[in-house]
Design a protein around this ligand. Structure first.
Ligand code: ADP
Ligand code: ZN
Length: 820
């Protein structure tokens, strides 16, 4: 007898949980041909749980260990490629977190339960199980006969609106499990289009006859005319574009269909680009811009990364457009990364006007279906994608260019949860993996990027002039100390600032007022004893929000009513201290009663529509003064802004952080850049108590290099990035005493292994957030990449070890690589 020798294979599977590494499963030989890296599978974990994972790799089984089997294959083709899994792996190693956490961040939220989630009975279910309540029983009964049902379907069977808690309890009892999601049940969206009926197609004479046939109805003639003028190349038009015209409705369309002039057809359309788009002709680059474009292209011949240092309004976006156009013409994909997607309305429209429906926008407000569609689009190898940092997880197949706009911006860094990655740095690694070029664009490069550029690690291209002979705005400082001494401050505004605003309003120009603090007032404080109204869960004072009449915690969202009396003494009075955007809006209305004032901050622009509305009103000049936080500092391009006012620069320059000077320079330059972008030179006024501060003087002179040289020298002296790598470890626990013990343990471990460069434990400025006490360590590293990776592995193991110490399982250990 001939014995067939088969080598058993095992599959390593990534599951979307904070588990160490991957899990391994046995693969039957006959199944091997159906499986590939990047496919989703359903696997058992632990004793009775089931989850969806992605195949990471295959391996020959060498030991006798008994592995569990994969329960089900969910895909016929990989949903991500091997290269994407290598990318996830790099992220988990570099940022010291689990690959499951990276996968969780990378994939659309189809693993979460919502109404599209499909459920099935798990193998652990047995008929006549005891301990089920009526609703739970009904759900299992329904699943027994139907095999799988969506949450929506179950809702209608049970005639209940909210069944989430029942489903949760059944999942916890391991009786049902999430089988699949919209990703599998994907349905195309359709739109009804109007076409000419056959007799009229492409026959202008017949079409004229149609007008004759409708001579008695002005409305029908109007609809026909609109159709002729607006139908696309295929001679079709969406029905809704007629039925929403003033004076027309769907009855007109019906009438023309009845006359057999038109026919209707349903076409499946993309969910992604259904806003009306007209394509604009390309703008011609100026000679300087053309030179910069050529330089970038030349740099890309030898460099993978290039820094474009261009002053605000120099036409960086115009250059991006040309680079995107080039990739599009070669049928290659581009990714355009931006710090905060809420700020892109103007930019998206600008790109859509050039590239029409080739532009795909990825943002946090996409629903699951849209997210899935964008995922699929990325797999087609076509398109220009705009998005925030998380867009680097789209599974591109032909990505050749990454543009990082406002590349200095701190919000590219993910803070919570893990992976705590820097979108810029991760994008650079992704580009390296897939062979794409990266352009970092900004008016105010980060110290790190500029250092790389002058060291030759990146190419460097500079645009030092605004487009169209517009000069950079004139920036002036206003000394608040003097102004107060001379009694020249009213409602937080100096007389000079008030006069300049009035002057602008008189000439029908727009003003931006910047204050990087939202809410009405940051403190409610006792005038006698200094007691402030504090958050009950955090070590921070509550911010007063007038429109809600509430004191709100900006860290945990806790809210309570403002106190009228100090709890410490019954005669003491409480008073609001300081000011935020909400208060300034009120102050400005008092100073300029007839001005139209609006506000743009996290509250006022929470929804996309509110944000769009404010931008539209700014464009139409329905707003005279716009008050805002840093939301107004980026990307906005309005023609009529002549004056930008910074109410107080001091919090920015005095913030206790090694990056505060760099940040203040960036923020002030960006805000200033909103002034005088077209037509006339703009003006910027900055109020401060420290008019001699060197950073402010660099801002006035628009002298980036001076700021860079000073900061760079200081960082070298004190060994801060880029002269070192900075790692922060935070320990959090609800019991301070446990926390203190844990930080002793960690301190010993760190000192024993890393020897030098360990600072801490220290108590951060806000020592408690959301009931968790916090201790911090800062670690400065100057090691080679290889040694650094070993140290990171040590930190990773140490964090697991800490939590395994008796009584410390609830300890939270947060490792933040390249702190921002
Ligand atoms: P940046 O991105 O550097 O801030 P933009 O690309 O937004 O600069 O350009 C600033 C303004 O100048 C925009 O309103 C833009 O439309 C205009 N602009 C820039 N370059 C050109 C050009 N070559 N032709 C016409 N307008 C231009
Ligand atoms: Zn709080």
């Amino acid at each position: 007898m001939f014995q067939k020798s088969t080598i058993q294979k095992i599959a390593h599977v990534i599951v979307p949980l904070a588990l160490k590494g991957t899990l391994s499963y046995k693969v039957e030989e006959e199944d091997l041909q159906h499986l590939a890296v990047g496919m989703r599978v359903e696997v058992p974990i632990g004793k009775r749980k089931i989850t969806t994972g992605i195949i990471h790799s295959f391996q020959d089984q060498t030991s006798n260990k008994a592995y569990k089997s994969i329960l089900q294959f969910l895909d016929e083709a990989p949903i991500v490629d091997e290269v994407h899994i290598r990318f996830w792996e790099w992220l988990s190693n570099y940022y010291v977190c689990e690959i499951g956490q990276v996968m969780h961040a990378a994939l659309p939220a189809h693993l979460k339960i919502d109404s599209e989630t499909v459920l099935s009975l798990s193998p652990f279910y047995q008929e006549d199980m005891p301990g089920l309540n009526t609703n739970e029983f009904l759900i299992t009964e329904a699943l027994l006969t139907q095999k799988s049902l969506s949450v929506k379907e179950l809702q209608s069977i049970l005639k209940l609106n909210s069944i989430a808690h029942i489903i949760k309890s059944l999942i916890q009892k391991r009786l049902i499990y999430v089988k699949a999601h919209a990703l599998d049940k994907y349905k195309a969206k359709t739109e009804t289009y109007i076409y000419w009926n056959e007799a009229y197609q492409g026959d202008s004479l017949a079409q004229e006859m149609a007008f004759e046939l409708c001579s008695r109805s002005e409305r029908q003639q109007k609809a026909l005319l609109y159709f002729i003028e607006h139908a696309d190349q295929e001679q079709k038009l969406p029905r809704r574009s007629i039925s929403t015209l003033p004076g027309l409705d769907s009855s007109v369309v019906q009438a023309l269909v009845k006359k057999e002039i038109w026919i209707l057809k349903d076409l499946s359309i993309s969910r992604l680009n259904n806003e009306a788009i007209y394509v604009e002709k390309a703008k011609e680059l100026s000679a300087i811009q053309q030179q910069a474009l050529t330089d970038i292209q030349k740099q890309f011949e030898t460099q993978n990364t290039c820094l474009l240092h261009g002053v605000t309004g120099s036409g960086k976006t115009q250059l991006y457009i040309e680079l995107l156009r080039e990739k599009l013409s070669k049928s290659e994909q581009s990714l355009y990364l931006l710090p905060e997607i809420a700020l892109t309305t103007q930019l998206v429209q600008r790109l859509q006007r050039v590239f029409g429906d080739q532009v795909y926008v990825y943002h946090s407000r996409l629903n699951n279906q849209e997210r899935v569609e964008l995922f699929r689009q990325a797999r087609t190898g076509k398109g220009i994608f705009i998005g925030p940092r998380s867009a680097i997880f789209l599974p591109f197949t032909k990505l050749r260019l990454i543009l990082i706009d406002e590349s200095h911006d701190g919000s590219f860094k993910q803070q919570d949860p893990a992976p705590r990655y820097h979108g810029r740095d991760a994008a650079l690694y992704l580009a390296h993996l897939v062979g794409a070029k990266t352009l970092l664009g900004t008016a105010t490069p980060s110290i790190e990027s500029y250092e790389h550029a002058i060291n030759g690690k990146y190419g460097l291209v500079t645009l030092s002039e605004r487009y169209g002979d517009i000069e950079l705005p004139e920036i002036q400082l206003i000394d608040l100390k003097k102004a107060y001494q001379q009694n020249r401050v009213k409602h937080n505004f100096s007389r000079q600032m008030i006069q300049s605003i009035q002057d602008c309003l008189d000439r029908n120009k727009q003003v931006i007022v910047f204050q990087n603090r939202r809410g009405y007032a940051p403190r409610m404080q006792c005038t006698s004893c200094g007691h402030t109204q504090h958050c009950t869960k955090c070590d921070i004072s509550l911010t007063y929000h007038k429109y809600k009449n509430q004191m709100i915690c900006h860290y945990c969202g806790y809210a309570e009513h403002p106190l009228s009396q100090c709890p410490k003494g019954n005669q003491h009075k409480l008073q609001l201290q300081g000011y935020g955007t909400e208060k300034l809006e009120e102050d400005l209305q008092l100073l300029f009663p007839s001005a139209r004032i609006d506000r743009m901050d996290l509250e006022s622009a929470r929804s996309k529509s509110a944000h769009k509305r404010i931008i539209k009103s700014m464009e139409n000049q329905d707003i005279d003064i716009l008050v805002g936080t840093q939301m107004i500092s980026k990307g906005l391009d309005f023609d009529a802004i002549e004056l930008v006012c910074v109410v107080n620069a001091d919090p920015m320059i005095q913030f206790p952080d090694f990056r505060s000077a760099e940040r203040a320079y960036q923020l002030l330059t960006q805000v200033a850049g909103r002034a005088g972008r077209k037509n006339k030179k703009g003006k910027v006024l900055i109020q401060t108590f420290s008019p001699d501060h060197p950073v402010l003087n660099d801002v006035i002179k628009a002298d980036y290099i001076s700021m860079f040289n000073r900061e760079s020298a200081e960082r070298k002296l004190f060994k801060y990035p880029p002269a070192s790598r900075l790692i922060k470890i935070q320990l959090k626990h609800k019991k301070n005493e446990v926390l203190q013990r844990a930080s002793k343990h960690l301190q010993q471990a760190l000192l024993a292994n890393l020897k030098s460069g360990v600072l801490g434990p220290s108590t951060p400025a806000i020592s408690r957030i959301n009931n968790y006490y916090i201790q911090e360590f800062l670690i400065k590293r100057n090691a080679s990449n290889k040694q650094l990776q070993q140290e990171k592995t040590f930190l990773y193991e140490t964090s697991h070890w800490l939590k395994s110490i008796k009584g410390m399982s609830a300890l939270r250990v947060i490792i933040d690589i390249d702190v921002y």
